[in-house]
Design a protein around this ligand. Structure first.
Ligand code: PLP
Length: 487
């Protein structure tokens, strides 16, 4: 199958899957998307399929240009997740409400679901063409660890990861600063996540920076969800969660369900949207945002407006985002490249775009959305913990979506995007109903005692590891540090 740009109306550029993931910047500044979405037949909902079987079937449905043996090796990385038999776990938390735990991988965030196999494939392709690629990541806390973990010691890939010094949880920082590999560099940057991300964006569009890399014979790729190589793996777990409900006898064949997704850059939700279009019986995808509610307002009003908005810092930092990249792929799928160009020109020029009423109706056929503030999330965390289930602050935003948006009596699966252990101080604030500032280790131990839960060594061991990535730099120094590191 070919991949085409969301902003290339004449379709001058058609690329293979491997080209799309190695060089993710597409014509016109667009994003590579499948030329045509394939469809599932009944065999995709077979309850005897293992997670890896299903993943391979879906990858093959896209007819991607990667050898079967390589795909299988990439998928074997799921064997390192908590349960060798399935990387995800679908848990019933009350009557008609289920949680799809997507965080059982090495860094305890759902980013591992896509980045683990993706990293393997990207490195394989880079080796095959004998080229070196640099991955630059700016992280507010989850992308960084997951990107570093997947690329550690991988051939032909170098990674520089920037995080805001003091802007992540202790656990997230330690996940980055204790990881030792020749091909990884972690830089703490003085400032907040916006500063870090803006500095990186400026660099990515700098001619002189690209020239300097070219001199070293290094090309730039990307590992964020702009890369379709991540999205393809995010279709699989939505389908598998449906199969899980079939297996658990909670639904009958072809029964419709809701899927609720805590959204930031909309990669997870896009995976659900593609799955729905390909034939998964999703009544609607319920989108939850935190107080940075650009996305939920867009889905409710058709107006995507960032002109007077400032980023608000919330207890669900991985969702603190204004420009949600992957909404572009949905708009492309529904309205085509010409309309995407119109809309995004308006966003660039005026700080907003607006759908017409017919277009809005089409969006609302697939999506409903609502936003949730920190106060209500914390109260849900406490309420559910008392009933025996621990939700992380991102997952907790979905409870409002479930209560307000699941209008019909259908089963709802909430996507849980992180293990609570990454956000222990916030969790303890929620459980104790206070605003004290706790450090992570204290909060982890407290909660572990209060609820009698064992914390995975993947988290606890971090506190005893040596810090090997020690650099804290001013943002003016980022370019120089990156170029010094690349070899
Ligand atoms: C990245 C992330 C999100 C947002 O996911 P998108 O695919 O970008 O919408 C939500 N929660 C957590 C914990 C994350 O790490």
């Amino acid at each position: 199958m070919n991949f085409i740009s969301t902003r290339d109306p004449k379709i001058d550029q058609k690329v293979s899957f491997s080209q799309a993931i190695l060089n993710p910047s597409a014509n016109g500044g667009g994003l590579f998307s499948p030329e045509k979405l394939p469809s599932f037949d009944d065999s995709f909902f077979d309850t005897t399929l293992s997670y890896k079987d299903l993943a391979l079937k879906i990858l093959n449905l896209f007819e991607i240009d990667i050898k079967q043996s390589v795909l299988k090796e990439a998928l074997n990385l799921y064997d390192n997740f908590d349960d060798k038999n399935s990387p995800i776990s679908v848990v019933k938390i009350k009557d008609d409400l289920f949680v799809n735990e997507l965080y059982h991988g090495p860094t305890r965030a759902f980013k591992d679901m896509a980045l683990q196999p993706f990293g393997y494939i990207l490195s394989h392709l880079a080796k095959k063409i004998d080229k070196k690629f640099l991955i630059l990541a700016a992280t507010s806390g989850d992308t960084g660890p997951a990107t570093l973990d997947t690329f550690a010691n991988k051939k032909n890939i170098e990674v520089v990861c920037l995080y805001p010094d003091g802007g992540t949880s202790d656990v997230q920082r330690l996940q980055m600063t204790t990881i030792k590999a020749q091909n990884l560099k972690v830089l703490g940057v003085v400032g907040d996540f916006d500063d870090t991300q803006n500095a990186l964006k400026a660099l990515l569009s700098s001619r002189s920076f690209k020239d300097a890399l070219a001199k070293k014979d290094i090309s730039l790729s990307a590992a964020n969800s702009v890369n379709f190589g991540r999205i393809i793996f995010q279709i699989v777990y939505h389908v598998y969660s449906y199969i899980e409900l079939l297996k658990q006898n909670e639904i009958k064949k072809d029964e419709e369900i809701y899927i609720a997704v805590p959204s930031g850059n909309f990669g997870n939700a896009l995976g659900a949207y593609y799955a729905k279009k390909m034939g998964l019986k999703i009544k609607k995808i319920l989108i939850s945002t935190n107080e940075n509610s650009v996305l939920s307002e867009f889905i409710n009003s058709g107006i995507y407006d960032i002109k007077n908005r400032k980023l608000i810092k919330t207890s669900s930092p991985a969702m603190d985002i204004l420009k949600s990249s992957n909404i572009e792929r949905v708009l492309f799928d529904k309205f085509g490249a010409l309309r995407v160009i119109e809309l995004f020109n308006s966003l660039e020029k005026n700080g907003f775009f607006k759908l017409n009423q017919d277009e809005l109706k089409l969006i609302q056929k697939d999506f409903s959305a609502t936003s949730s503030n920190d106060i209500s999330c914390k109260s849900y965390i406490k309420k559910f913990a008392n009933d025996g289930y621990i939700l992380d602050p991102h997952t907790a935003t979905c409870i409002d979506a479930y209560e307000k948006l699941a209008k019909e009596r259908l089963k709802t699966i909430i996507c849980s995007t992180a293990e609570w252990t990454k956000f222990a101080p916030t969790m303890l604030n929620a459980l104790n109903e206070d605003n004290n500032s706790y450090d992570d280790l204290f909060a982890l131990k407290e909660i572990s005692k209060m609820y009698n839960i064992t914390i995975t060594p993947k988290i606890m061991d971090l506190f005893d590891k040596e810090i090997v990535q020690k650099d804290i730099i001013q943002k003016e120094m980022i370019e120089k540090e990156i170029l010094n590191f690349c070899h």
